[in-house]
Write a protein that binds this ligand. Structure first.
Ligand code: HXC
Ligand code: NAP
Length: 288
């Protein structure tokens, strides 16, 4: 597996990046790489102790500046406050990474409407709150900012048992593609990444029934036979938010080892056919 950082040193120098949900999991890994590439990073989420610890750890590890600002993305005033704090500390904010999310598995008919709200509000409302606040600020101040949102492959296929998340991620993808066109005239780009399975405590503790982990071996669903490495995702994220991707707009990059296509292809189940059977069928065809 290729785990090396991809971009040249200093590729994000001079940029300030806001990563929502940056205290844990993939948000933390992306933040670390952005800092290593020379960016200032603001991480925000609801748990102040978590983001403070992460900011301290990452600043120490990378020697760059990481600021923690508490914010529940469901609340527009709190988002505006992050913007204010970020500008006070770094002078401006150039990039928004919509990474914060909430999710759990359940048959949909068992959910209360509040449970549905809870996930949709974090994922969709949280993403449009942040995108709107940053977009207004960029347009007013003539800053060619960019937004990168983390969605999922079921944003376009849909998925049972995570229906609020599927609805919300589909909305984030629509937001990305719509504003990529509408705000192009301001030089603002919007893109997304659709990851397959990447090991994080937040996702994996919630999305697999504990007693059936063996049965749900995710690597079996993936043509490449493995799960993703955080650096692989951080590499694409850093590229998309960098000036190297200056002409990439409205795009969603899938990084899932071919997982969703395997589920979609009509005849992909034929991989279960053993070699001897293919040999026999070939022999019979040639005889005819
Ligand atoms: C059913 C549930 C539930 C569950 C909560 N609720 N958990 N219903 N199953 N497991 C219901 C509650 O009963 C309540 O409804 C309502 O949801 C709100 O609950 P709260 O606990 O008050 O919500 P809140 O504090 O806002 O917490 C949000 C959360 C929580 C989503 C419920 O899990 C969270 O904070 N998650 C953040 C981190 C996270 O989820 N990370 C994973 C992202 S991974 P009632 O009616 O009782 O009031 C991801 C990967 C996808 O998205 C792709 C993988 C391949
Ligand atoms: P994670 O560690 O649980 O990350 C979710 C983050 O969102 C947490 O830091 C959480 O912090 C924050 N958050 C939740 N509610 C919030 C709110 N209301 N306001 C602000 N922040 C909030 O899980 P992850 O796996 O790294 O997920 C990161 C992203 O990748 C998500 O968008 C997820 O959908 C996506 N993704 C993950 C996978 C995977 O396999 N891991 C696959 C596909 C997509 P607080 O609790 O402190 O608020």
């Amino acid at each position: 597996m290729y785990k090396q950082p991809m971009l040249r040193d200093g590729a994000l120098k001079g940029k300030t990046v806001l990563v929502t949900g940056g205290g844990t999991g993939l948000g933390k890994s992306m933040s670390k790489y952005f800092l290593q590439l020379g960016a200032n990073v603001i991480i925000s989420s609801r748990k102040l102790d978590v983001i403070k610890n992460t900011a301290e750890e990452l600043s120490k590890e990378t020697g760059a500046k990481c600021l923690a600002v508490q914010c529940d993305v469901r609340n527009y005033e709190e988002v505006e406050n992050v913007l204010k704090e970020g500008i006070t500390s770094f002078g401006k904010i150039d990039v928004l990474v919509n990474n914060a999310a909430g999710n759990f598995i359940s048959p949909t008919e068992r959910l209360s409407h509040r449970a549905f709200d809870s996930v949709v509000d974090i994922v969709l409302k949280g993403s449009y709150n942040c995108t709107l606040a940053l977009g207004k600020y960029w347009i007013e101040n003539k800053i060619a900012g960019n937004v990168m949102s983390i969605v999922t492959t079921y944003a376009w296929t849909g998925s049972g048992y995570v229906v609020p998340s599927a609805c919300a991620k589909a909305g984030v993808l629509a937001l990305t593609r719509s504003l990529a066109v509408e705000w192009g005239k301001y030089g603002i780009r919007l893109n997304a990444i659709a990851p397959g399975p990447f090991p994080t405590e937040g996702a994996w503790s919630r999305l697999l029934p504990p007693d059936m982990k063996e049965e749900f071996d995710l690597t079996k669903k993936i043509p490449l036979g493995r799960i993703g490495d955080h650096q692989e995702l951080a590499n694409i994220a850093a590229y998309l938010i960098s000036d190297y991707a200056g002409f990439v707009n409205g795009e969603v990059i899938t990084i899932d080892g071919g997982e969703w296509l395997k589920g979609a292809g009509e005849f992909n189940m034929l991989e279960k056919v053993p070699k001897q059977m293919w040999d026999m069928m070939e022999m019979m065809r040639k005889k005819k």
